[in-house]
Design a protein around this ligand. Structure first.
Ligand SMILES: NC(=O)C1=CN([C@@H]2O[C@H](COP(=O)(O)OP(=O)(O)OC[C@H]3O[C@@H](n4cnc5c(N)ncnc54)[C@H](O)[C@@H]3O)[C@@H](O)[C@H]2O)C=CC1
Ligand SMILES: O=C(O)C(=O)COP(=O)(O)O
Length: 630
């Protein structure tokens, strides 16, 4: 390709996510009692060589000595490496194929495994410069071909010099030997590639640090799969969301920051600056103050059901789409409620505490079956209805109350008021959402209305129940047992003490907000929420958003997509369309949906538009946010 620079790309930990030789050792030594130790030594030598602590040739020959590998191990390694091509290289296979003439792999690794991997991605075998193994007659690796310049100190520099490339030369890699190409003056620029490993010493020498190939292609205005590199988009994930969620953002190349705990308002108000995607669970409050500092925020993903912790009104006004996981932990909450209900009505929990203190109390007093009892559900949404089904299967009579008219499932009886449920139920279980209006909806009056000896469960939200009133009802014997999973104030991390008036009361099961904390639920949520967020980021679709008008959009084909979020007042679409008409731009598709606050319009347009046209769209007075996908 004329007038284009030459790209000198490293293989191990750059083209692929791993070091080929380390992995070969892993394969060859599988089953060997000393595998871990030897692989560890090999890794250490790799790292020392990469950091420039020992010479390259020393690192290489010492590693080959430790390796007891043969050709069949190399075959296995190749299969493995096919699955380990760096994510951003996978995304940009088109670039690799189109620019194959100008791309050279220069590596201290070995041709035997490099060639099959890079040629499968469109590169040319003749452009691969790497070491070669020496084998004995049985196919065992016995050494390195010493005639190859790459087997020696400054091998990459000598090799590049021998290529006599005429024009600009850009070197991309993660190691010190890649930087040496720049130091020698043979390459004009060195790009430290940090998608897989980041070495301080190497980064310090780089002209540019590129967290992905997309970033490299973006800097050099080359064709790429991501119009704007995702490595420039910050994702902040809090409250220990499942690793699959972290992985899905990393896989797409985002700049991901992960925290185990929640953040308080001041901390988050600082941290949110520059963040585009925020992921949290029930404990992090996204307040107006936080949102005022959210200069780049586009999406909030609640990795849970409840979204009462997010100021939805302000989010909407600022054009920030909020998503949740509406049913991934439903079953987990229901199972905990069922378990607690049975344990409490049977008095098992108190007896178990007694037993631990040495008390043997065999008696049937105050122990009951749930069969035939009346289960009162407050809130008949996803959780309430699921518990309704299981309650009936256990032989209970189900009564429910919901502010919205809901269809009874099975034989459940719909009640016209909360009081009606409270008067009949033997077990009362709360499953309403945590909206502000529900604060202290359950207080002294409600407990007084209940039957004596009732079992009370709150696995919904702490603030919906007036805790002192519950404490009183337990002490008076009105409530014979309670299961409480949620509290008006909950510790932010596992290191903070739990302080609450319910501590120490008899027949009260206290759990640390774990209704939705099962492996199944967390993994389900870890898949579900990123899928919704990425759909919105990549395509503009808002399916499942709790505050945006829902639009499911076709995939983008041969168009550029403009996403316009505006205040929902009359006449905006007309204003937009006038600008299109004025600039004579063809619209391939247009989609609009509104809710009471905002309008969301998506336009797929042909590519020949001008900057002025885009500016005019952005300048429409009611615009809240504008985004382009191409
Ligand atoms: N403990 C935990 O770990 C978990 C707790 N939750 C909590 O459970 C709540 C319910 O979850 P889902 O059933 O999935 O939600 P949902 O939205 O499907 O159902 C909530 C129902 O409560 C009703 N409701 C709201 N306020 C009411 C009131 N004052 N009186 C009567 N009905 C009222 C709504 O109309 C709706 O039908 C979540 O909002 C969340 O706060 C959810 C998952 C895990
Ligand atoms: O899903 C919900 O609403 C929950 O309450 C669960 O919250 P968590 O993810 O455990 O912080």
């Amino acid at each position: 390709m004329n007038n284009q620079p030459y790209f000198i790309i490293d293989f191990d930990s750059t083209f692929t996510k791993v070091e080929g030789l380390d992995e070969l050792a892993n394969i060859a030594l599988a089953g060997n009692a000393n595998q871990e130790k030897i692989v560890g030594e090999i890794r250490k030598l790799t790292e020392m060589g990469m950091n420039g602590e020992i010479s390259f040739s020393e690192a290489l020959s010492r590693r080959i000595d430790l390796l007891k590998a043969n050709r069949s191990h190399i075959d296995k390694l190749i299969d493995f490496l096919h699955t380990k091509v760096s994510n951003s290289f996978q995304r940009n296979e088109k670039f690799l194929r189109e620019y194959a003439d100008n791309i050279f792999i220069v590596s201290g690794g070995f041709k035997e495994f490099i060639v099959p991997i890079v040629t499968a991605m469109g590169l040319k075998e003749e452009n691969v410069y790497a070491n070669d193994f020496k084998f004995d007659n049985e196919g065992n690796i016995i050494g390195v071909n010493e005639d190859n310049v790459l087997a020696h100190e400054k091998g990459k520099v000598k090799l590049l010099s021998s290529l006599k490339l005429d024009g600009d030369v850009y070197a991309i890699g993660d190691g010190y030997t890649d930087y040496e190409l720049r130091a020698s003056g043979l390459a004009n620029r060195f790009y430290a590639f940090t998608e897989n490993v980041e070495r301080e010493k190497v980064v310090a020498k780089a002209d540019h640090v590129v967290p992905s190939l997309d970033e490299f292609l973006y800097l050099n205005k080359l064709p790429r799969s991501q119009s704007y590199p995702k490595s420039r988009i910050k994702v902040l994930l809090l409250e220990n969301v499942h690793p699959v969620a972290v992985e899905s953002f990393k896989f797409e190349g985002f700049d991901v920051e992960f925290h185990k705990g929640a953040m308080d308002e001041d901390e988050l108000a600082e941290k949110i600056k520059g963040v585009s995607i925020l992921g949290l669970r029930s404990k992090t409050n996204v307040t107006k103050k936080v949102l005022e500092n959210a200069d780049k925020l586009m999406i909030i993903g609640a990795f849970c059901i409840g979204t009462n912790q997010v100021d939805l009104k302000t989010s909407t006004e600022k054009g920030i789409a909020v998503f949740n996981a509406p049913y991934s932990n439903t079953r987990s909450v229901v199972e905990l409620a069922v378990g607690e209900m049975i344990m409490l009505i049977r008095n098992v929990f108190s007896k178990s505490i007694g037993m631990h203190a040495g008390k043997w109390d065999k008696s049937a007093n105050n122990s009951f079956e749930v069969r035939g009892k009346k289960l009162g559900l407050i809130g008949y949404g996803h959780i309430g209805t699921q518990l309704s089904v299981i309650g009936e299967a256990l032989g209970m009579e189900v009564y429910f109350y919901d502010i919205v008219d809901k269809m009874p499932i099975g034989n459940a009886k719909k009640c016209r008021s909360l009081d009606e449920v409270l008067k009949v139920a033997d077990v009362v279980s709360m499953h309403i959402d945590g909206r502000k209006d529900n604060t202290n909806i359950f207080g002294k009056r409600e407990f007084e209305l209940m039957k004596k000896g009732v079992i009370f469960l709150n696995l919904a939200r702490g603030h919906v129940v007036d805790v002192p009133a519950l404490v009183e009802a337990i002490k008076e014997g009105k409530v014979a047992g309670a299961g409480v999973d949620v509290f008006p104030y909950e510790p932010k991390t596992n290191n903070e003490e739990f302080i609450n008036e319910l501590r120490g009361l008899p027949n009260v099961i206290l759990t640390p907000h774990i209704g939705g904390s099962t492996e199944e639920a967390q993994e389900g949520i870890g898949h579900y929420v990123p899928e919704r967020l990425l759909e919105f980021m990549n395509n503009g679709s808002t399916t499942g958003s709790v505050n945006f008008p829902e639009l499911q959009l076709p995939l983008l084909k041969n168009s550029h997509r403009l996403l316009h979020i505006h205040k929902n007042v009359p006449g905006i679409l007309a204003k937009i369309n006038n600008i299109f008409a004025k600039h004579a731009i063809n619209i391939n598709g247009q989609y609009l949906k509104t809710n009471e606050k905002i309008g969301y319009v998506i336009m797929d347009v042909e590519k020949g538009y001008t900057d002025e046209f885009i500016q005019e769209i952005k300048d429409i007075e009611e615009t809240i946010k504008f985004r382009m996908l191409y």
